[in-house]
Design a protein around this ligand. Structure first.
Ligand SMILES: [Zn+2]
Length: 428
């Protein structure tokens, strides 16, 4: 029979194909009678033993491998022995080459699809994955970011803390929760923590309080998008308030036709939207005014330097009408409270934002598609160790710190690539 196995020390003697699977029976080619490991006496052949292992699929069908091995017995002490074959994982009842194939795929395929393909139980796939993850946790190390992003992500039922490298646009790490109890130990143990120069986060205080004591050279810049979003929220509040005073029919019209007002910048309005805005100016001057304040707030970020930005903000703040537009007044207060960290945006050598967050939504979608049976630990590994995306951000760029020049520097999975893979379903 043709050797369709290509495994050392065994030869196939039978092949059955039934019920969507292939069963290959194989015998050991030669096995000299061993000496007893207990007492050193020569052993005797004592029948044979048949064990079943899962092997790599053939012809797109799961393969069960039945291995027939001689059994030896020691007449002296009664010890029994079966020859060991190096290509078998006796504990999992899987060939080692199948385990290798599963390890290559388990972080971007579902456990169910791999179980169907290989004939293994979902739990076996999961256990192989968990072994791989603990190995990755021991061995994979990414370069500490010079420009670090810290953000939250709702994943697998809870808010997680995601740490990114904003210079390379890659995932650096993910923490189970975004509480100080989870973040402080992370920053305390971070290698090369003096390397971090900038940290970009939203206004959530625990972020700053967690990294502050441990990153001696880091300055905080509050993410631009989190700041300007508050102006959109303030406009949205005014729109809803105004809507509530209208008749039902008018209300629906306003809701449908004016939602874009809060979302779009004046420069990206279509000619139709510009016309509608003119009608709003005549019919609902209060809403148009709120729209203009939103727009003027966004303009702060067009300033070319810090002094100009502060001037634009101050004149914006001073022009707010007394006793009206409460959410805009609240926004002005928030900016004053976080003044240093918001205007640090203009101190950084490059314009730092957490704009990648959009890309991370793909990861959230991927995780939601996976559904039950995927713990946070597994979902984290899919994001933090995604191999295809990691390749993109291996770099030997000059000017970046090199500790071991012979080794490529790894920065973690490239977020746009990760998002792209998630979008195409290849991580799900
Ligand atoms: Zn013996």
């Amino acid at each position: 029979m043709l050797d369709l196995l290509g495994l050392p020390g065994v030869r196939p003697v039978d092949l059955q194909s039934e019920g969507g699977g292939i069963t290959i029976t194989a015998e050991t080619t030669e096995s000299p009678t061993p000496d007893c490991p207990g007492c050193g006496k020569a052993m005797h052949r004592h029948g044979s033993r048949k064990t079943t292992f899962a092997d790599t699929p053939q012809q797109m069908q799961p393969v069960r491998l039945q291995i027939i091995r001689p059994r030896h017995r020691c007449a002296e002490c009664g010890k029994m022995m079966t020859p060991e074959l190096e290509f078998l994982d006796e504990k999992r009842r899987v060939t080692t080459r199948l385990i290798e194939e599963i390890r290559k795929r388990c972080l971007n395929r579902t456990f169910h699809s791999l179980a169907d393909e290989t004939g293994l139980a979902v739990n076996t796939i999961k256990n192989i994955t968990l072994d791989l993850i603990s190995e990755l946790e021991q061995t994979v190390r990414y370069q500490t970011p010079v420009i670090m992003g810290i953000d939250e992500l709702k994943l697998a039922g809870d808010y997680r803390c995601i740490i990114t490298n904003l210079a390379t646009n890659s995932v650096f790490d993910m923490l189970e929760k975004r509480t100080k109890a989870h973040m402080k130990p992370f920053f305390r143990a971070l290698p090369d923590r003096e390397q971090v120069e900038w940290v970009c986060t939203d206004m959530w205080r625990p972020f700053k309080e967690s990294f502050g004591p441990y990153l001696p050279n880091a300055r905080l810049v509050i993410d631009k998008f989190h700041v300007v979003r508050m102006a959109s929220d303030a406009l949205e509040y005014e729109r809803k308030k105004l809507q509530a005073t209208l008749q039902r029919s008018d209300r629906l019209k306003v809701k449908k036709s004016l939602r874009w007002l809060t979302l779009k910048r004046s420069t990206s309005l279509t000619p139709d939207e510009c016309k509608t805005l003119e009608i709003v100016r005549d019919d609902m001057p209060k809403l148009a005014e709120a729209y203009d304040f939103k727009e003027a707030f966004y303009d702060i970020y067009d300033a070319s330097d810090k002094a100009e930005a502060i001037r634009v903000f101050e004149s914006w703040q001073n022009s707010l009408p007394e006793g009206e537009l409460p959410k805009f007044h609240a926004l002005a207060r928030t900016v004053r409270n976080h003044c240093e960290d918001i205007f640090a945006y203009w101190d950084a050598p490059v314009r730092i934002t957490n704009a990648y967050t959009e890309g991370m939504n793909g990861i959230v979608k991927m995780a939601n598609r996976l559904g039950r049976g995927y713990s946070y630990e597994i979902i984290r590994a899919r994001a933090v160790y995604a191999e295809h995306a990691r390749r993109v951000s291996i770099s030997t760029k000059p000017g970046l710190p090199t500790t071991t020049p012979s080794m490529p520097l790894e920065y973690g999975p490239h977020i746009p690539t990760l998002a792209d893979l998630a979008e195409r379903g290849e991580t799900g």
